[in-house]
Design a protein around this ligand. Sequence first.
Ligand SMILES: Cc1ncc(COP(=O)(O)O)c(C=O)c1O
Length: 380
Amino acid sequence: MNLPFIDLASQQQRIRTEIESKIETVLNHGKYIMGPEVEELEKVLCERVGVKYVISCSSGTDALLLALMGLKLQPGQGVIVPSFTFTASAEVMPLLGAVPVFAEIDEETFTLNPARLGYALEAANSLDIEVVGIIAVGLFGQPAQMDKINAFAKSNNLWVLDDAAQSFGTELNGAKTGTLAEVTCTSFFPAKPLGCYGDGGALFTDSTEIAEIARSARVHGQGSHKYQTFRLGMTARLDTIQAAILLAKLKVFDEELVLRNAAASYYAELLSGWVETPTCYPDKTSSWAIYTIKLPKRTNRVFIQEELSKRGVPTAIYYPIPMHLQKPYEHYPRDKNGLEVSECLAQSVLSIPMHPYLTNEKQEMIGKAIIETIKIVDKR
Ligand SMILES: Cc1ncc(COP(=O)(O)O)c(C=O)c1O
């Protein structure tokens, strides 16, 4: 057996006719840039999430940049962000001359620990860095504790940006991701729960000002016509073909979320007692973008990965090095009590195959391979 880590082929097989017909429509009308599918996608996403504005763009990273421009982040200002995340969540601050301030996550949910936000703020304040906002990350598919994070932000006069690159399609206390912060960003990278066939992203907001700035910055800071420039900007539009693909994929997205949740529950059952499986509390739903288990302390993770690979089970490490230990980020401020949880998790996490087309049989094979490998480790 040789299993895929993410099975995009099965999804394509299922909706190929729909995708082909949508691409054909684009080829026929020929509006490759900002064609009607882009507007249609934005409208569908607005209705789905229940926000006033959706601005599609060229990637999740560009969505973050556009959002920060919309929030008027200035050089030298600080933004609190978890250290245990994908590079892009932190990268966007230095790209705008601003300062990422690394905060600790909660061991169980892999998302920002609201109780530790004050320590990150204090660390930045002690360096005279004016902190203006927080980027929360819905890591591995579940939203961060946005209610508590928003409360902290409110009492400290900060804005909140939800990096939902992995958690689009989820809810917290019945409220949809996309509405949990001033502005929310997502990614349509192919491996994401809602992915296109290239790079893509979107931002969601109810703020007319953020939407106007982001929409203008998406096209070189364009004003009321093409050759009027209001501000600095980028080429950050979503291709019409990618919007067409996303419209086709949205038709199966909700069902795929249900299938992902069923797969996550079955993994929890199969692996119970052997490894620590991820927790998602009842106030949240998860898109299970990535299924990440925790290996027992001091387990040789490389050996486990090799043994699983021999058994045809692909694995990945998201993420082996927290951001505050990465070379370009070492000098930025961090929680004054250190980031031990982030550092420990980077050593013990292991992500295993997750996608909507995992059958029970395949999951049983994966579960068996993991248990066999853990037994070998225990005997050594
Ligand atoms: C948490 C997080 N933020 C941002 C991004 C950036 O998205 P993109 O790759 O579309 O630029 C990703 C993508 O992996 C991500 O996982």
